[in-house]
Design a protein around this ligand. Structure first.
Ligand code: NAD
Length: 290
């Protein structure tokens, strides 16, 4: 049985840890916000009061942190002290270049590494329905697979180092674009006098159907329950979507990809956030399309 160090016990990390503990893994947890560790003690987490305390005799380190700069800082503090072949799995969403850089660093120190960002949000973290998009070696992936299976219901090894972050950037850019498009279609329907529920019946089963319509329709009382039925409380906030679009745009620039819709999507979310609506669910973008 592996001993796991888990760093970053926020909205996502805390739920992922609970599932590891339920599966009887030994988990030592650390977060700069000590209260978040204390809340998990009844679930069986062992508390580390500093990063130094988390590294003793650990087989796997999992990070679930806000951004790449913080992940790098954390890696810098622990990387020299881990035993060879310790596996570091970063589940945070970070930029592709930073992920590559961190893999190289781990490699130099004889450590195994994976980038493994997730899709599925807080509900997926709680219900073990996360999808892990993974980059790294077969050896590291196979070691991590039992833990992915405890925290989620799907993992795909997308390729070598940083491929997971690459897949995540593509996924969330497309999600932003489709959600903006869905908003535009419903706004047009409304201006043409169409009933939103009738339009949903068509769009959700027609050639235009997509996840943003079928599972997350941005209109109150239309389709399955979604943040639109709860005043657009997240869910997945517009602020987090802008973070992911910023990562996608950097990748677009670096690879000289023509992606005018991805660029425009970022502008739309910037406008929403400049209107101080960044804490709303990203589906509230429908109200900024008008
Ligand atoms: P969060 O802000 O709730 O949690 C991050 C945690 O990291 C916080 O508890 C914070 O105290 C801790 N932290 C910050 N700096 C630290 C440090 N130096 N050492 C230790 N702990 C530190 O964020 P979240 O919603 O859990 O998201 C985590 C990651 O998952 C992000 O990269 C996000 O983009 C990604 N993600 C989030 C969602 C979502 O729906 N929330 C969905 C998919 C992916």
């Amino acid at each position: 049985m592996k001993k796991i160090g888990f760093i970053g016990l926020g909205n996502m990390g805390s739920k992922m840890v609970i599932n590891l503990l339920k599966a009887n893994y030994e988990v030592v947890g650390y977060d700069i916000n000590e209260k978040l560790i204390d809340q998990l003690i009844p679930n069986g987490i062992k508390k580390a009061s500093s990063l130094k305390e988390i590294i003793n005799d650990i087989d796997v380190i999992i990070t679930m942190l806000p951004n790449g700069e913080i992940v790098e800082k954390v890696y810098e503090s622990i990387i020299n002290k881990l035993k060879p072949n310790t596996l570091l799995t970063d589940c945070s969403t970070i930029d592709v270049d930073k992920a590559k850089f961190l893999h190289k660093k781990c490699n130099k120190h004889n450590l195994l590494s994976l980038d493994a960002p997730v899709s599925g949000g807080v509900v997926g973290a709680e219900n073990r329905t996360l999808t892990f998009m993974v980059g790294g070696s077969d050896e590291a992936y196979n070691l991590m697979l039992p833990l992915f299976n405890v925290m989620g219901n799907k993992s795909v090894l997308c390729g070598s180092h940083s491929s997971g972050q690459a897949a995540k950037a593509c996924n969330n850019m497309l999600l932003a674009i489709t959600m903006i498009g869905v908003g535009e279609a419903f706004n047009l329907g409304s201006n043409l006098g169409l009933d939103a529920n009738k339009l949903f019946q068509i769009l959700s089963t027609s050639s235009a159907s997509c996840w943003s319509i079928n599972n997350y329709c941005p209109i109150e009382n239309v389709g399955p329950k979604s943040p639109a039925d709860n005043n657009y409380q997240p869910g997945f906030s517009a602020n987090l979507m802008l973070k992911d679009l910023t990562i996608a745009l950097e990748a677009i620039e670096n690879t000289k990809t023509s992606a005018p819709f991805g660029r425009k999507a970022k502008e739309n979310f910037e406008a929403m956030i400049n209107n101080e609506k960044g804490d709303l669910d990203f589906s509230a973008i429908i109200n900024f399309n008008k």
